[in-house]
Ligand binder design. Structure first.
Ligand code: PRP
Ligand code: GUN
Ligand code: MG
Length: 161
């Protein structure tokens, strides 16, 4: 079970995706981008815009059924990235690598692609070619699409409770 949570706002996600795009510029042009659904879709859209890349494919992988590491399942590819072939010249984008199991399965399908993500936990780091920020293994990242602002009572109201 994750003991900590790290909340990522839309602004921060956009900034981190642009930082990744900027680092990827040094690798020259990609033929196309493969987004790992669903978490990689929004980062891939931001990066495709920055790299002026119009060919966006997807690979659909299901690895988690809930909101913690306890909910991890064997990753299942439910849609193949046909347009990307063996991945040569393609960039694969996911939101994060945690255990690295999803990335491993994606790499089996696209062995020649360059794999990049925004956030990487220590166990996932060996399975990504590039990432923006490291996150502790016991931290669960809450993406902007996972959360909503909600009312929090003032501290003083809990006095004596
Ligand atoms: O390195 P791992 O331990 O495999 O975990 C990382 C994967 O888990 C999440 O996807 P998830 O399966 O929850 O599906 P989603 O992207 O559709 O939310 C995340 O988006 C990564 O793809
Ligand atoms: N939202 C989210 N999904 C994950 N899938 C695997 N690890 C994580 C994480 O830390 N946050
Ligand atoms: Mg995912």
């Amino acid at each position: 079970m994750a003991t900590n949570y790290a909340t990522v706002t839309w602004d921060q996600l956009h900034r981190d995706a642009r930082t990744l795009a900027s680092a990827l510029m040094a690798r020259g042009e990609f033929k196309g981008i493969v987004a790992v659904t669903r978490g990689g879709l929004i980062p891939a859209a931001i990066i495709a815009r920055e790299l002026d890349c119009r060919l966006v494919e997807s690979i659909s992988v299901i690895s988690y059924s809930g909101e913690s590491a306890q909910d991890q399942k064997e990753p299942r590819v439910v849609k193949a990235p046909i347009a990307a072939g063996d991945g040569e010249g393609f960039l694969v984008i996911d939101d994060l690598v945690d255990s690295g199991e999803t990335a491993k399965v994606v790499r089996d399908v696209l062995p020649k692609a360059h794999f990049a993500c925004l956030y990487a936990k220590p166990n996932g780091k060996p399975h990504t070619d590039q990432y923006v920020m490291e996150v502790a293994q016991d931290t669960w990242v809450l993406f902007p699409w996972d959360t909503a602002p909600l009312f929090v009572p003032p501290l003083a109201r809990n006095l004596g409770a």
